[in-house]
Design a protein around this ligand. Sequence first.
Ligand code: PRX
Length: 648
Amino acid sequence: MSNTYPASDEFVADAHIDAAKYEEMYSASITDPDGFWREHGKRIDWIKPFTKVKNATFDFGNVDIKWFEDGTLNVSANCIDRHIVTRGEQTAIIWEPDDPKAPARHITYRELLEQTSRMANVLKEHGIRKGDRVVLYLPMIPEAAYAMLACARIGAVHSIVFAGFSPDALANRINDCQAKAVITADTAPRGGRRTALKSNADKALFDCSDKVKCLVVKHTGDQTTWVDGRDIDLKAEMAAASPYCPYTEVGAEDPLFILYTSGSTGRPKGVVHTSGGYLVYAAMTQQYVFDYHDGDVFWCTADVGWVTGHSYIIYGPLANGAITLMFEGVPTYPDAGRFWEVCAKHKVNQFYTAPTAIRALMGQGTEWVEKHDLSSLKLLGSVGEPINPEAWNWYNENVGKGRCPIVDTFWQTETGGHMITALPGAIPAKPGSATKPFFGVVPEILDPATAEVQTGTAAEGVLCIKESWPGQMRTVWGDHERFMETYFSQYKGYYFTGDGCRRDEDGDYWITGRVDDVINVSGHRMGTAEVESALVAHEAVAEAAVVGYPHDIKGQGIYAYVTLMNNVEPTEELRKDLVKWVRQEIGPIASPDLIQWAPGLPKTRSGKIMRRILRKIAEDDFGALGDTSTLADPSVVDELIDNRMNRA
Ligand code: PRX
């Protein structure tokens, strides 16, 4: 039995959901999903109320997912306008800049309405209409929130590209969704340094249609090049635009956003989320999972470039009329106490971050935490990867002071919101386990080989979901076949998460990590195929195979086996050059941690690279290499072991 940590009686007494209520609501959500979601669908405002609730089939070949399909709404109105009467002067967004000496900003719901409206009017002036795509490539600044909500206001579809991605990655996404405009900023300050976003956008736009407009937020005032007729000074035009923009009525199933994410094969996929179901789900999970109460200050440290930022900085909290904190900087600037300084300064009540950040800060010692008053904290959250016991304990003892429940939330870009997580007043935390499913979520563990559902309480296998939930992605942008193939072809009748999972004797779920060729680096998803194709695009590289390996801080690191072209000498300089190359091709988050020169790669006689073996070598797990006799040349394995990089 693992240790469990129930919330205090005081916490439970005040919680939205206690144990009895969880049981009752969970059971209702499964036995009568239509009745359950008909009720909870009302938590948002509809222009035309829905009459239909769930209409979803996971049948391979016919996958079709719809929620609240005949209802109409506007997401921006739900996140702003409906709060104006009751909380117009309440802070919606607290913005904390990268530089701790610069003033923080408190943006009220009324100001949010005005700024969002102004930006929406500028977009309209430049021809952006309902259904058009707009790519956002922005720092963590209030304009990122305005831009998301401005798109939603006029029914345009945003696609945020994380500001750490390269010009190439940006161009690919602009082209894939055929965006009409890009919204960017001059430069992005982070950790005291500046990323030249506009200049990256300029490079990307070389490879895009010359009709694509570039709206630039002059954030730092740094010098940039300017293309007349294409580039637009967004702040100046906002200042001149009307401060109110009526919102556009959209269907529940009209797309709200596209977010590109890595898979096992090929280029990143455009995950499509729609308006009604997504908003209901993001808002409901934000309230219940974090036990958010009116007036609380909620801080999710993610970047809006990832789904966590979409659902838990912007849409979930704002739909609930919450106070949400947006942080431009990094946890270690100007020192390793920054997170805690910000918590103390803004009296944060719920704090939500990733294990990789906790591990990095843990390494800096407890004095950075002790310096700051964390008495406002009521709850802590974790997301993005399994949290190891050391990090859990450190978080619990030093940040939560043993009195804050910790919610370990398992979910994915594809799921829109939390899937498996403790509800803090109902389910005791169990370090390392995401514990129980959220309302409406039916997890099943399947045998990876036979696809048989594991019916015992204790079980191990791959994690699938049996029934649709409102926040589920609906399709891959422009490629429904790929959507079905990726998520519904392997285990018929189920949504396949790509994760391995164990269920213990208490029925609690433990996510054991990806079972496909996706690696999780610092809580960010990276496809090994993407890094490989970047490597082989270098003139010195003949072949490359990339796998993940355990990394103390990042969770997983990127390990690349590289075969060079004939006559190319493997040098330290080339190694550095390849790392730099991948950073340029994809972005810093894809930098290989280790590159091993591999004169040969283990291949079957038909030429398929046996990644299983490469993974084991990278993990230093030579006892478990398995059968190597089917290899075309088994001797390459010894060579790779002898020259491996990842030694203790
Ligand atoms: O492997 C799981 C891991 O992150 C993957 C999803 O990554 P992404 O789409 O980038 O979304 C991350 C934030 C929602 C999952 O397939 N993962 C996410 N949360 C957890 C997790 N693994 C274990 N425990 C978690 N709490």
